[in-house]
Design a protein around this ligand. Sequence first.
Ligand code: GLN
Length: 483
Amino acid sequence: MHQLTLAEIARGLADKQFSSEELTRSLLARIQQLDPQLNSFISLTEELALQQAKAADARRAGGENGALLGAPIAHKDLFCTQGIRTSCGSKMLDNFKAPYDATVVAKLAAAGAVTLGKTNMDEFAMGSSNESSYYGAVKNPWNLAHVPGGSSGGSAAAVAARLLPAATGTDTGGSIRQPAALTNLTGIKPTYGRVSRWGMIAYASSLDQGGPLARTAEDCALLLQGMAGFDAKDSTSVDEPVPDYSASLNNSLEGLRIGLPKEYFGPGLDPRIAELTLACVKELEKLGAVVKEISLPNMQHAIPAYYVIAPAEASSNLSRFDGVRFGHRCENPVDLTDLYKRSRAEGFGIEVQRRIMVGAYALSAGYYDAYYLQAQKIRRLIKNDFMSAFNEVDVILGPTTPNPAWKLGEKNNDPVAQYLEDIYTITANLAGLPGISMPAGFVEGLPVGVQLLAPYFQEGRLLNVAHRYQQVSDWHQQSPAGF
Ligand code: GLN
């Protein structure tokens, strides 16, 4: 049963081949058995899952038939779940039980999805390797000595290892697309404002966006359908109708204009990934797409700009974790300053502390203009680059990451080397654009992803292109040995 996709599960449940309760029990047993090798879950919610599964079965017996009704999923542990630990991968929130559900959690629960648990992640979503979690690193099921990517690495590893068909993630600079690429999954970061951020613990509020990780584009369409939509509780949520993503999956690619940015294929990109990316382009050409070289001239400034803006916003967002309003409190403080200092020093890990310091520095009087303001100007230039590119092409294609999954520990002492892995993904966050990563081959047994970007609110187009590609390729069907 663990090989079934969300779409196949929906059919199996509708045809009464199995019940949601049977499916849920079998996946929970599989997680118990295999997750110790991966560490992809922070919490399992067995009781809740069985309750939701039984309720879904009852709704189906009553004639209801939604695509997510009875479908098992998991949430990245930064989506607030009422009465359930929501740790954000941090000691700071180790004992935090959210008093309410995030909008995404509530919407998916209302659609009948069954929550199996909360997945591991980089602490406060800061990272690309899932090694910064207070709960320990997550392993890549394709090679247990390698990282699964981050920060949604727990969601990615669990889905890739067939512990469950799909999971939620969030993407501030690539945290859905990059782990999807490194574990052979499909993952989509929607347009900023498409999915509500209410109840999603904030990292960098102007960049964060929730989205699905699954094995296929078809499944991403189903899960995104359940997540997307206007939410009055999120002031940056956009009041745009949500199209039927499944309905456009099979649209023709005849005449689709694909842009290949020349800056993507420079030094720094593993040549084997370049080759697989171009092989993917060839397949899309056979489906009717036409290819054009484009330029994104400001791309080289994206990483420095992002690593000013994201830490700046984080330093502000994380100020609420002070041992008084929220979070871990130190023992026996001598006074208020001691309470703040020790609570934060004990509660936050090293990478989070580094980002808070960088962010606070960039925002401080005297440096604000030189760093933060400058970074915001670059952000606008990057957006303008995309706007002119989209005058000429319908989608932009390139590798998702410059390298396949690296070894655990390999980049731990060199944060900048790790930041450079975000080169292809962060521009979409800076511009607020939607992006998808899909499986496109293997290098030495490790998965490689191809990324597609589209104009605002064209998630349907991205899912369409990925789905058509998945009908003529079988990379996404490969599963890791041992799982
Ligand atoms: N790797 C990036 C960072 O560390 C992106 C993380 C994310 O998207 N949450 O900030």
